[in-house]
Design a binder for this molecule. Structure first.
Ligand code: HEC
Length: 128
């Protein structure tokens, strides 16, 4: 294909160039896609707070499926019926079991009241 005359060879030259540029192009596309993800999370305050403070126990999907979560008895947020007020209270004050052992730590010293409120829709969004 590349040896049949001027016009074609210039096309082939272009093809060779784009072959060389291909990895660069892929890297650029990857970069755009990759940087798009954190940007979405950054836009939604509550989701970012959840990712930072809650997923370690509740998981990315809120279902608390990790071995650790099962061991300490984390509740599945997708199955939760907690009201807005209950969610707010639970996050602010945490939960202690009958023997006084902390099950979920309180967040009122780590998050502002506004931040705790912003987590309510995030917690409820796991329900279907
Ligand atoms: C150290 C692990 C841990 C972390 C971190 C944690 N939780 Fe929990 N969470 C638990 C456990 C354990 C329970 C179940 C407590 C119980 O028995 O009522 C729970 C229960 C809850 C409940 C009550 C669900 C229901 O239906 O009763 C909500 C709401 C909740 N967590 C939200 C959050 C949010 C929001 C965060 C982040 C700010 C968070 N949790 C961080 C361990 C954790």
């Amino acid at each position: 294909m590349c040896h049949t005359g001027k016009n074609v060879s210039s096309v082939c030259g272009g093809w060779r160039l784009s072959r060389r540029l291909q990895p660069l192009l892929l890297a650029a596309i990857g970069c755009v896609l990759f940087s798009g993800v954190p940007a979405t999370i950054r836009a939604a305050g509550g989701e970012k707070l959840f990712a930072k403070n809650c997923t370690i126990c509740h998981g990315n999907d809120g279902k608390a499926q990790s071995n650790y979560a099962k061991k300490i008895g984390v509740k599945d947020l997708a199955a939760s019926k907690a009201t807005d007020g209950e969610i707010e209270k639970q996050v602010a004050e945490g939960k202690t079991d009958a023997e006084g052992k902390v099950k979920m730590p309180p967040f009122k010293d780590r998050l502002t009241a506004e931040e705790i409120k912003s987590l309510i829709p995030v917690v409820k969004a796991f329900r279907k």
